[in-house]
Design a protein around this ligand. Structure first.
Ligand code: G3I
Length: 357
């Protein structure tokens, strides 16, 4: 069923007094709330992914929730700790490392045969507070100690690392004015990749960023950064395009596809690494906004699939019940399943794209 017709059917289900069922759920009577299939009733996304990896960010503190855990295991082949492997979470007190939550996710993945994407060794957005007070020499030593200890610990447990996250500046050309740039200079990026490679020779090493998914200066600066790393023989394997989109102002899909192609032409893997699609700023009825969201998810996933080196798609969560968006941007419904874990048009958009439709 082609995507447009599929969404129409779903819309009719939503607006009908009787739900569509779509997985054994039956309407409770004339006043029944229209039902949508639950996360455990719809086909697993990863079963339609072929050679690609379909993943989701997960939180250790939620894996004790059986519905959450079952949904993750059913649909995803690759999990990214949403925050538990970050330096600011691991080593709040210098020299005292808490890997417990990260180990919880690694253990869950092992139990369910899932792969783990380590995220993120170097990120200004979650760095221990004590790092700021260090001298350049102490900072260099502390960062090296962190990378070697943490990447070494998860050697054989993660198949990839986001080594450096969000190093390119937003509003100006060049690199972000982060604590890493200020203390260590521009070489911190290449050095981080080299240390990660030594600590884990088998993990794929990614540079990960947002805001450069389509065309524009940040996209060009990201391309220049990774092209330079490749040229200089730095051990980088790929680029993560985070894909945190606002449906009301998203980059054209053609630009995203062209950017994926030019990054792949460098010999790099390309991942969609943190996708979610905000719809709160869209006008129109809820069903219209959900339909547009589904189209965006469909088209972006389809754009990735046109490039063989775009080997994985990760969503930054999977249910609207647990998304960083609400606290960062205000109430929204950015993900594939709603607050009650029911499949939205976004889910069907991804599924249809994975199936080549
Ligand atoms: O809920 C836990 C609580 O149980 C725990 O005891 C406490 C310990 O710190 O943390 C609480 O979790 C918070 C978590 O969000 C869940 O709300 C963490 O404090 C908080 O640091 C964490 O923020 C994360 C943020 O990165 C900073 O690490 C967000 O979840 C996460 O979505 C966000 O993700 C980033 C990517 O890594 C990089 N790209 C942008 C993206 C969004 O900012």
């Amino acid at each position: 069923m082609e995507f447009g017709r599929l969404v129409l059917v779903l819309f009719l289900c939503l607006s009908a007094s009787q739900g569509c069922g779509g997985g054994g759920a039956s309407a409770a009577g004339p006043t029944a709330v229209p039902l949508m299939p639950s996360v455990m009733e719809v086909d697993p996304l990863k079963a339609s992914a072929g050679s690609r990896l379909v993943g989701a960010a997960v939180q250790a503190s939620l894996l004790g929730d059986t519905a959450y855990a079952a949904a993750v295991a059913r649909h995803f082949a690759w999990v990214t700790p949403e925050y538990e492997m970050k330096w600011g979470q691991i080593e709040r007190t210098r020299g005292v490392r808490n890997y417990g939550p990260a180990d919880t996710i690694a253990s869950f993945a092992r139990t369910h045969g899932l792969q783990v994407r380590g995220h993120a060794l170097v990120w200004h957005g979650d760095t221990p507070a004590w790092f700021e007070a260090l001298s350049p020499a102490e900072a260099s030593h502390a960062l090296e100690d962190h990378i070697r200890t943490t990447a070494g610990r998860y050697r054989g447990q993660v198949n990839a690392w986001d080594v450096v996250n969000e190093a390119v500046a937003d509003g100006a050309p060049g690199l972000r004015d982060s604590v890493y740039l200020r203390k260590l200079g521009t070489s911190y990026i290449a050095e981080a990749f080299r240390m990660a490679r030594e600590a884990d020779p088998s993990a794929l090493l990614f540079y990960n960023d947002y805001g450069g998914e389509g065309a524009g200066r940040k996209s060009d600066d990201t391309y220049a950064l990774v092209a330079g790393l490749k040229r200089d023989g730095v051990p980088i394997d790929g680029v993560g395009l985070q894909m945190h989109l606002d449906a009301s102002s998203r980059p054209p899909v053609a630009d995203i596809a062209a950017n994926i192609r030019r990054l792949a032409a460098l010999g790099l893997m390309v991942n969609i690494s943190e996708m979610d699609v905000r719809i709160a700023r869209l006008s129109g009825a809820s069903s219209t906004r959900l339909d547009e969201q589904g189209r965006i998810y469909h088209d972006v996933v389809a754009a990735c699939l046109t490039e063989p080196r775009c080997h994985a798609i990760t969503f930054w969560g999977f249910t609207d019940r647990h998304s960083w968006i609400d606290s960062a941007f205000g109430p929204d419904d950015p993900l594939l399943f709603d607050e009650a874990y029911r499949a939205k048009p976004a889910f069907y958009g991804v599924l249809e794209a994975l199936r080549g439709r």
